[in-house]
Design a protein around this ligand. Structure first.
Ligand SMILES: Nc1ncnc2c1ncn2[C@@H]1O[C@H](COP(=O)(O)OP(=O)(O)OP(=O)(O)O)[C@@H](O)[C@H]1O
Ligand SMILES: [Mg+2]
Length: 465
């Protein structure tokens, strides 16, 4: 059995420290507390730990300085920073000094829990199974992965709205995780022990959707030889997930709207209405607003469903999640007991450069396929599907993925040199497309040692004075 991970909380405020320590213990880890830098150091020397959570404001030492020393002495130990909301700047500063993540005070427990879970998973610390078993049903929050700021924002939003009963509309390209979010919303809610019922509005023929959603009574139509409760009724107290809501035919849209407004459904062929109390979560990868504009989707229903909306970012906009997702899917598809297959550097680099139009689903398929087909433990570019195999070659100009934090200057330099490269050295055009003045461009190039301008060029760029 793996040893239980050990976390250290350094915070001079007793109540915050205690709350953090007890939360960590609830997550199944060991936790210790320290009120000062000196105390933390002592503890670490006595027993190194796997992760540290520290406030940046300390009574006996400058937090940044402590952070630097921690990085030097225990470079493997991730340090998460606690910081007052007003000093996010210092958190960013701390990240530059090697902090791994930060959370602003005041934080709520869910936020901190998410942060720690996400780190736990990342460090292989997480008793993932423990987490899963603490949440009913599969696919609950524990399987939603993401450390990128946009995904963290999604998690926060989920935590915020999970407890109320307002309808939620999930938007996002195919494969971005809308269904997982719908499940997370349900399993994070107080009504998680009630049913979660997904209805795919695109898979069923319209008449079936109608009878499935609203139910029917015996004799309502040929073949209706018994009463059949609709899903809106079956889900009583729980969640109905209306997937691909954009595909719902107009007449059913009207019927659904009525059910939402009146909080009751009338099964087909019945004269009696049944009260319903469900949370509706709808999802679509279509532009619903455009559908409203073109008359394909009812505006009033759109407003009803769109009380809260959560937009799932495409994978290409949160590439910092890629390594973690790859790891997650490797774990999922590597057979227990068998050799653990992983990707070699080149394959990983290729994956990091790919644009993932099919988002997380495409990534998952890619990992599954590679694991199934690769002969050795180290999977290579040749084990990737063809769009990716060729991608790196055709797209050498594709932006490399940014690691967690990079100095802005470095990104800027890359953008400038890349633009010049693409524009075959046309500096005026490059400046225009980069949205900077040509003087600025020249100054930067000079800084990079990339400019030895002929006098005329320098003059025309206004560098002469
Ligand atoms: N953040 C995530 N962490 C882990 N797995 C994810 C994540 N997002 C998506 N997945 C996985 O990717 C696959 C696609 O996700 P999901 O079915 O939720 O997408 P979707 O947005 O509903 O797509 P579609 O619009 O095509 O129905 C699933 O197998 C899901 O488990
Ligand atoms: Mg889906």
């Amino acid at each position: 059995m793996e040893p239980t991970p050990h976390l250290l909380v350094l915070d001079p405020q007793d109540e915050i420290r205690e709350v953090c320590v007890s939360l960590i213990r609830n997550l199944g880890y060991q936790a210790g507390g320290a009120a000062s830098a000196a105390e933390a150091w002592q503890r670490l020397e006595a027993e190194p730990c796997d992760l540290m959570l520290m406030d940046i404001r300390l009574p006996d030492m400058n937090g940044m300085e402590l952070l630097q020393r921690l990085r030097q002495t225990w470079p493997q130990m991730p340090v998460l920073i606690l910081t007052a909301y007003a000093s996010v700047g210092s958190a960013v500063e701390a990240m530059k000094l090697g902090a791994s993540d930060y959370i602003t005070k005041p934080f709520d427990m869910d936020e901190l829990r998410l942060l720690l879970q996400s780190w736990g998973r990342r460090l292989h610390l997480s008793p993932e199974n423990q987490l899963r078993s603490s949440l009913p049903g599969q696919g609950s929050f524990g399987s939603l992965i993401g450390i990128s700021p946009p995904m963290q924002a999604v998690f926060r939003l989920i935590m915020k709205v999970a407890q109320n009963r307002y309808p939620v509309l999930l938007l996002g390209e195919s494969g971005t995780g809308k269904e997982l979010v719908a499940r997370a919303l349900h399993y994070q809610s107080a009504f998680r022990d009630r049913p979660f019922i997904p209805v795919d509005c695109s898979a069923l023929v319209p008449s079936l959707i109608e009878s499935e959603l609203f139910g029917y009574v015996k004799g309502a139509f040929t073949g209706a030889n018994r009463n059949h409760a609709g899903l809106l009724e079956v889900a009583q107290g729980g969640t109905v997930f209306l997937d691909e809501i954009g595909e719902l035919p107009l007449d059913l849209q009207a019927k659904l709207l009525r059910a939402i407004q009146e909080r009751e459904v009338r099964p087909l062929g019945s004269t009696r209405s049944v009260p319903i109390d469900v949370r509706l979560v709808a999802a679509t990868n279509r532009d619903l607003q455009a559908a409203v504009a073109s008359g394909a989707f009812r505006k009033d229903l759109f407003f009803r469903l769109n009380v809260i909306n959560i937009k799932l970012p495409p994978l290409r906009d949160r590439m910092m999640d890629l390594p973690l997702l790859i790891e997650h899917f490797l774990e999922k598809y590597n057979r227990p007991g068998g050799p653990a297959k992983s990707f070699d550097e080149t394959a990983l680099a290729r994956m990091l450069r790919y644009s993932w139009p099919g988002n997380v689903r495409e990534l998952e398929n890619c990992v599954e396929r590679a694991v199934a087909l690769a002969s050795g433990p180290l999977m290579q570019v040749s084990d990737l599907p063809s769009p990716m195999r060729d991608w790196g070659l055709a797209m050498t100009a594709a932006p490399a993925v940014a690691p967690a934090i990079r100095p802005l200057a470095e990104t800027e330099r890359e953008a400038i040199l890349n633009a010049l490269n693409l524009l075959k050295g046309d500096k005026l055009l490059a400046a225009r497309l980069l949205g900077i003045g040509k003087t600025t461009l020249y100054r930067k190039l000079k800084q990079y040692g990339q400019l030895s301008p002929p006098a005329a060029e320098a003059r025309s760029a206004g560098l002469g004075n």
